[in-house]
Write a protein that binds this ligand. Structure first.
Ligand code: PGA
Length: 253
């Protein structure tokens, strides 16, 4: 069995002004830097306006920086968009693509997500590709089929365990305080690994698959302890230093 290094990723979404970023990134940077041998990677994905500020705070600490989305082109006439190359230029090593909020708010399809992931990888970034079923899909017993179709449709041809991370986030668990049972999460992650392995032509064993959706200090050990769960993508609880840090430390439990 391949050892996969846990990744704890914070998705700040559309939250934070400069002062918040300083407190949050500064606080986490000090704690991460103080660890002699961190057992987990930690990734911060602030809004684009705060990227450079966060980059300044985490320089030299080992903390990772990521964007929340990117365009599939390198540059050009796309008002309001940001390219993967631009994120790379300001110090990002990762970018989230296909978050369910983007799939819903901006009607991003699997094909769009795939193009973005491909651009991210071409720019040298690790693409954190989000997948997850809606509540109606789960109620109809379609969760595994939906996730499987999303993986097949969203993973670009060049995806490897080195340039890709998958994040399973049931849409109905995001920001709601509701979570699937550990058994449900384990079932989806096992299926996701199987399908990713097929799509990638092997190599899926080393792929990191994160769980996301109402992860908090009180449930982190439960999810992070599951076999095929290699970290967490955290929204709300990533906006507080103590909570996000407690979630990360659950990797060591
Ligand atoms: P949440 O968000 O932790 O606030 O549920 C997770 C996410 O959307 O990545």
């Amino acid at each position: 069995m391949t050892a996969r290094r846990p990744l704890i990723a914070g998705n700040w979404k559309m939250n934070g002004l400069k002062a918040d970023a300083e407190l949050l990134a500064g606080g986490l940077a000090a704690r991460y830097k103080a660890l002699a041998k961190p057992a987990f990677d930690m990734l911060l994905c602030p809004p684009a306006t705060l990227t450079s500020i966060v980059a300044g705070h985490i320089a030299g600490t080992g903390l990772q920086l990521g964007g929340q989305d990117c365009h599939s082109n390198e540059k050009g006439a796309h008002t309001g968009d940001i390219s993967a190359w631009m994120l790379r230029d300001v110090g990002c090593g990762y970018v989230i693509v296909g978050h369910s909020e983007r799939r819903a708010d901006h009607r991003e399809t699997n094909a769009v997500v795939k193009d973005k992931a491909q651009a991210a990888q071409a720019a040298g970034l690790i693409a954190v590709i989000c997948i997850g079923e809606t509540e109606a899909e789960r109620d109809r017993g379609e969760a595994l089929a939906v996730v499987s179709a999303q993986i097949k449709g969203s993973l670009p041809a060049g995806a490897t365990a080195q340039n890709t991370v998958l994040a399973y986030e049931p849409v109905w668990a995001i920001g709601t305080g509701r979570t699937p049972t550990p058994e449900d999460v384990a079932e989806v992650h096992a299926e996701a690994r199987k399908v990713a392995n097929q799509v990638m032509g092997g190599g899926g064993e080393a792929l990191r698959i994160l769980y996301g959706g109402s992860v908090k200090p009180s449930n982190a050990v439960e999810f992070l302890g599951l076999n095929d769960v290699d970290g967490a993508l955290v929204g709300g609880a990533s906006l507080k230093v103590d909570d996000f840090w407690a979630i990360a430390k659950a990797c060591e439990a």
